[in-house]
Ligand binder design. Structure first.
Ligand code: HEC
Length: 238
């Protein structure tokens, strides 16, 4: 009995210690932190829209079904069909893409990876920084490079929203005054996008967090009942 409790305690401790996003080891990038909030449905919906408009042409998210996403984000099947489905026909389908691997290789040199669990591999801060740190690099075929992911062969697909940043001689990215004005809006947009990608990486987390709260409340109530009862029972035994 006691051993069980100790085992449970240590497995909790270990899972806390061992959970590190994969990029952590030996990485010296300075990443900008982002707060994600899986309960912010409006943000998740905006992120989903961005994802469907700008990403699903190249990247699949093949662990995720459209109708599951709709349910979690508070959208009806009709709403999902109307505003979020451009790549598939049926809401029960997973988020796959039409691009063939050979074509992708010809165009980009690599196949754009499936993004189902990318948030767990890279972590939200990495993603948030990545989408904000594309810059002009004429030496590249795409004309851009990225501070977070050096020599990424992905084009800066959100250039219309951010513009193209230039690098100064020390390697820092310098926005024009115009870009500075829209930076806040762009950052908010990227936060929505990362929020959505984090949701896709762990869709049942929303339910788990909600359930966890109820379990704790239940335990607290149970304790309030059980403790006085224990006292009463033991009175006779003593
Ligand atoms: C035109 C095709 C294209 C579009 C559109 C596109 N990407 Fe990419 N993306 C790529 C390619 C190609 C790579 C691989 C880069 C490499 O390995 O050099 C990539 C890489 C990535 C990575 C890094 C994956 C890793 O290896 O860790 C992430 C994250 C990503 N894309 C997210 C997105 C998101 C989110 C969008 C939408 C805003 C998007 N991409 C739109 C082609 C695209």
């Amino acid at each position: 009995m006691n051993l069980n409790i100790i085992a449970v305690f240590f497995s909790f401790l270990l899972s806390g210690l061992l959970y590190q996003p994969a990029y952590a080891a030996g990485d010296k990038l300075s990443l900008d932190p982002v707060e994600i909030d899986l309960f912010d449905k409006a943000s998740l919906q905006r992120g989903a829209r961005l994802f469907m408009n700008y990403c699903i042409s190249c990247h699949s998210a093949s662990y995720m079904r459209y109708n599951r996403m709709g349910k979690d984000l508070g959208l009806s099947d009709e709403q999902v069909k109307e505003s979020l489905m451009f790549a598939s026909e049926k809401v029960g389908e997973t988020m796959t893409i039409a691009m063939r691997d050979e074509d992708a290789k010809n165009w980009f040199g690599v196949v754009p990876p499936d993004l189902s669990v990318i948030s767990r591999a890279r972590g939200p801060d990495w993603l948030y920084s990545y989408f904000r740190q594309f810059y002009v690099d004429d030496a590249k075929i795409m004309g851009t490079n990225n501070l977070v992911f050096k020599d990424a062969s992905m084009p800066h697909v959100l250039w219309q929203q951010q513009g193209y940043l230039q690098q100064d001689t020390e390697g820092h990215l310098v926005p024009t005054p115009e870009q500075q004005q829209t930076a806040e809006r762009y950052d908010a947009m990227i936060r929505d996008l990362v929020n959505f990608i984090a949701y896709v990486g762990e869709p049942s987390k929303i339910q788990r967090l909600t359930l966890g709260k109820w379990v704790l409340i239940y335990l607290a109530v149970f304790f309030m009942v059980a403790y006085p009862m224990k006292k009463v029972f033991w009175e006779d035994i003593r």
